[in-house]
Every structure is written in structure tokens, then in C-alpha cells.
Design a protein around this ligand. Sequence first.
Ligand SMILES: *Cc1c(COP(=O)(O)O)cnc(C)c1O
Ligand SMILES: [Zn+2]
Length: 415
Amino acid sequence: LRDGTGTGSALLFPMRDLCYGHGPMNVMALVCSRCQRTYPPGRVAQLCACGKPLLVRYDLERAARTLTLSALVRREPTLWRYREVLPVEDEAAIVSLGEGFTPLLNCRRLAEHLGVRTLYVKDESANPTGTFKARGMAVAVSMARQLGLKRLAVPSAGNAGGALAAYAARAGLEAYVFMPRDAPRANRREAELYGARVVLVDGLITDCARRLAEEQAERGYFDVSTLKEPYRVEGKKTMGYELVEQLGGRVPDVILYPTGGGTGLIGLWKAFEEMEALGWIGRERPRLFAVQASGCAPIVRAFHEGKTEAEAVPHAHTIAAGLRVPRALGDFLILDILRRSRGGAIAVDDEEIREAMRELAHREGLFVCPEGAACLPALKRLLAQGEIHPDECIVLFNTGSGLKYLDLWDSEPAQ
Ligand SMILES: *Cc1c(COP(=O)(O)O)cnc(C)c1O
Ligand SMILES: [Zn+2]
């Protein structure tokens, strides 16, 4: 375990000679998450010259003057309530379908059954397009609009494609979605209905990314792949702000998060670092556990082997389509964050995921996506192993709605 200052990939590097200044909002620079090189804000950006993701840096001292927990009470119930720590400068560029500020549900029946004191589900199924991908795309498409980009493209395991298509439609921009031929049916249908061009690819999200890259120069796509542009993670980080706001300024002890590309985890951690700088919280952090499917668990493997990067998984397979990500650009950040937080990584089987979908539905009335369901068997195992204590405040993330995965039940007769 390395300590937090200036080594490798703390998400908020100390910045000494920042000369860019800022606009009406608080964005100061884009900073490389690996080599700390800085780039001016307000221009089209993808990866750092070193090939790693850029992250947005804000003047948090300035943001803290108006962004206080008490000021939030009067703001709109969307992620735009955290405007001071979002990158959009031009209010007219904001593209919104009402994303964010999803319920944090206290699950007493499930908690009692598991023998734990406090268990919450952060229910992201309440987002537009039915998953938390809406958060990232709302911010990325708003920034694309502010920067004058017209033709947006994304490789997607499914839900990111649907979300891009929806926000592009609302913004009047073109969307191109590259998705695996066997992605959930709902994802293909929604993207087509939102007016995107859907390209079906034989293979996984990594093959979709390759196909997009092949066509990119000729067709002039702007690539909205997660972490290849700096703003989707900004949308996703608002989940962390909401958690703390909804817990009345407290930080939960443990978070279980279904991890594919890891943008959600990276966003959560960035939010906690920013909230400390804003004076909302102190140095306390939740322990973060990445949950993956045993048919595709590159982060779990790398974590337990003590590695700082993950190897690509061959023949990745799982019913949790959003977790079918054999290689993640932000792997080094995810692994670093899991270790800094003193959390961990755990894989569960598809059969356990199905069973958890049933259990969350009948115990709590939650029809969750398979990715979110994966957190429940993971929690059970971590409790049994003593890694999580029954008295701790535990949050599970349900990243989307089970309604987008009806194909999963096709082989089962309705009762
Ligand atoms: C994309 C996706 C995930 C994985 O999210 P990351 O933040 O990229 O790790 C989890 N659940 C669902 C429903 C998704 O669509
Ligand atoms: Zn770099």
C-alpha cells in the first residue's frame, strides 16, 4: 500500500504552476492520471500524449464558496445540482433528461435477513435510459455540444450506446454505436429508436473499439469511449456526491460496486477526494470493493496477484453484459483505488447473479440489472469471510434496471 501523496495515480495531484486560469465556472485544467502532464481546458481532448486518461481539475477553493451541503437543499433534483464541480461552462450547452439524484434505499428486510445493521441500495435504475450510463453521457454530450462536436461514436457493451443515443437525440447530434451482436436486445432497440446508427460487431466491447478506431479518421467520429474523453467520469462521480448528501454528510463504511470499465469506481473516488478539498468530509473514506463476474474478472485477478495493471481476459463471458469488459483503460487507477481504500475485489458466478436478481426482487421489490445483482452474493461472501463487519454501513450499487435484460428470462416460463 502506497501512501497518498504524489505517487503514481492519486486523482488530485498537487498542482504547482498552473497558468491557465479559469472561465465562469471552476475548471482549471485537464491533468493526466498517470504522468501529471496538464492540458488547457476548453479544447477538444481525448487521451494524454502518454496514452492514459485525462481528468478534470477544478478550483475547489472557489467551488467551496457556493457548493455547501446546506445550499444544495434548494437545488434541482438532478446531477446538475453539483454544477460547481462539473465541467460545462456554457449553461445553454447542458443536455438533460433529468439524470441523477437517484434514491438511496434503506433495505431493512434484506439487512435483517443478512444479519447486518445498515444496508442501502443506491438505485441507479431510476436514471433516464434505465442505467447510470445516463450520468456520464449527459455530461459528455453537454461538453461535446459546448465544444462544437457533431458526430459522436461509442463502443458499448450495451447501455452506454443507449445512453449516448438518447442524449445525442436530445442535443440534435449524430450518434454511432458499436455494440456486440449479442448485446441485450433492449440496447439495440433503444439506440435505433433514438436515431443512432447501430453497428453490430461479432465480438466484445474491445472488438467494437477496434472497429470504431478503424473508421474514425475517415468518418470524423469523436470517440466518447469511457475514459478516452475526460467528461463521462465527471458525470459518474456525482454518485459519490449524492451518497454523502443523502447520508447527511456521512461517508459509508463500505461500498460494493459492479465493475466493468471502472469509470464508476474512479468517479466515486474522485468525488471523495474533491469533497475533502471542499470541506464536506474529512480524511475518512469508504472501503471500495469491485465486483466482477467469474467469466470476466481481470481486476479481481490482478488485485489478488498484487499487480498494478490487469491482463486481458480471453473468452470473456457473463450474463452481466456491462461487466463483459476484458480490458479496461483505467485498470491501473481502479487497482490503485481499491488498495488505497483498503477494499478489495471479488468475482461471483452467473448462477449466483440470477439468484440474487430473484432475491432482491422478492425481498425488496427491486428489479435490478444482473450487474447490480452481483453485489449481493459478493456481500454475502465478504460477510462470511469477516472482511465486512455486520455493524458497518454498507452500500450496494444497483447500476441499472432489470427491465433492460428481459432476454435473460426467455427460457423460463412465466408463472
Ligand atoms: C457499464 C455498466 C457497468 C460497469 O460500469 P463501469 O463504471 O464502467 O465499471 C455496470 N452496470 C451496468 C448496468 C452497466 O451498464
Ligand atoms: Zn500522461
